[in-house]
Design a protein around this ligand. Structure first.
Ligand SMILES: O=C(O)CCC(=O)C(=O)O
Ligand SMILES: [Fe+2]
Length: 348
């Protein structure tokens, strides 16, 4: 295995398609990573350096736009939780995150508004794009397509590692998986301020494929405490989301992670891609082969973060809690059901 800058393993995806012995060994390494920290670096992923460079460059250009251009496409305009969020306006466990970001989902038409439609239908709809940077839309949509294909390959790897057919998850994501790209900038902060870039959380989808620029800050909680996951050039960080934890009855764990703010006068850039299931799907529980059944530890119970098997409901819960200003403006009828504290965004 390649040397890692962290205690997290580095896995080479090209081993998945190699001869049977190599593939079997690869799947053992995947299980070790997945049953352990739940995070690893992925190389041999097939996404070109050129595309990665272009996406990071365009992301920097977006954050460098005049503030008015970014505020023109603020998320508060979008009932579908798309667009720009300024630092301090997103919340994790009720505390503000110090990062600015642009959320871009699948470019699909909104469902017609209807009181009788399930609330998750409100998540689907168009993105908001900056007029001042017209190249961003085609570039991020191309990246979204390529990274979706990669995430689906990774999902097939996890299925095989659990002794299942590679396509076992297809019934819950074909033909419209939930896709979300977040381009993110973490401004530096002084030592006497909070260091919450993004607070401790789990990701809600199947898998997350994270591209980091050059500055460290991501940390993962493991059985041995917090470990750093600094950038490894040419790699993505892969982590497991709540859908895989639910489907594997805890054999795969959606591990808790966070980002600490970089030092003052620096910043950190990352591009996270979250692959989820169809919003109308329900997550099944897989039957694991006898040799893996002991790893099924059950799903983590966290009273502050109940997990729902209804994909749309679980995802909507996360979006409403992270963006209470959008929740209050567009989804006031859902605040009680999802335990959203009114006034949270206004208090900061
Ligand atoms: O920026 C990062 O490194 C991680 C971001 C993250 O964990 C998230 O947005 O869910
Ligand atoms: Fe995350």
């Amino acid at each position: 295995m390649t040397a890692s800058p962290s205690q997290l393993p580095v896995l080479d995806l090209s081993r998945f398609r190699s001869d049977t012995a190599e593939r079997a060994e690869f799947l053992r390494d995947v299980r070790d990573a997945a049953f352990g920290p739940g995070f690893f670096y992925l190389v041999g992923h097939g996404i070109s350096d050129r595309l990665i460079r272009d996406v990071l460059f365009a992301s920097r250009n977006f954050f460098a736009l005049p503030e008015a251009d970014k505020l023109d496409i603020e998320m508060i305009n979008s009932p579908h939780f798309r667009g720009y969020t300024r630092a301090g306006r997103e919340f994790t466990r009720g505390q503000p995150d110090w990062r600015e970001q642009l959320d871009v989902g699948a470019e699909r038409e909104a469902f017609p508004l209807s009181r009788s439609a399930p609330p998750w239908t409100r998540l689907q709809g168009p993105n908001q794009w900056p007029d001042a940077l017209p190249e961003l839309k085609p570039l991020l949509l191309r990246y979204q397509q390529e990274v979706t294909e990669l995430a689906i390959k990774v999902l097939r790897v996890f299925a095989a590692a659990l002794g299942q057919a590679e396509d076992v998850f297809e019934p819950i994501y074909v033909p419209s998986p939930n896709q979300l790209i977040k381009i993110i900038r973490y401004p530096g902060r002084a030592a006497d301020e909070s260091d919450q870039g993004v607070g401790t959380h789990k990701d809600s989808g199947f898998v997350t494929i994270l591209l980091q620029d050059t500055v460290a800050g991501l940390q993962v909680e493991t059985a041995d405490g917090w470990i750093d996951a600094p950038p490894l050039p040419g790699s993505f960080v892969v982590n497991i989301g709540e859908i895989l934890e639910l489907a594997s009855n805890g054999a795969l764990r959606a591990n808790v992670h966070r980002v600490v703010s970089p030092p003052p006068d620096t910043d950190r850039l990352s591009v996270a891609f979250f692959l989820g299931a169809r919003l109308d799907a329900t997550v099944p529980v897989l039957t694991l082969p006898p040799e893996l059944a002991d790893y099924a530890r059950g799903v983590t119970q966290d009273p502050q973060n109940p997990l729902f098997r209804d994909v749309g409901r679980n995802y909507l819960k996360g979006r409403l809690r992270s963006h209470p200003d959008v929740a209050e403006r567009h989804h006031a009828d859902l605040l009680d059901e999802y335990a959203i504290k009114p006034g949270l965004a206004a208090a900061y």
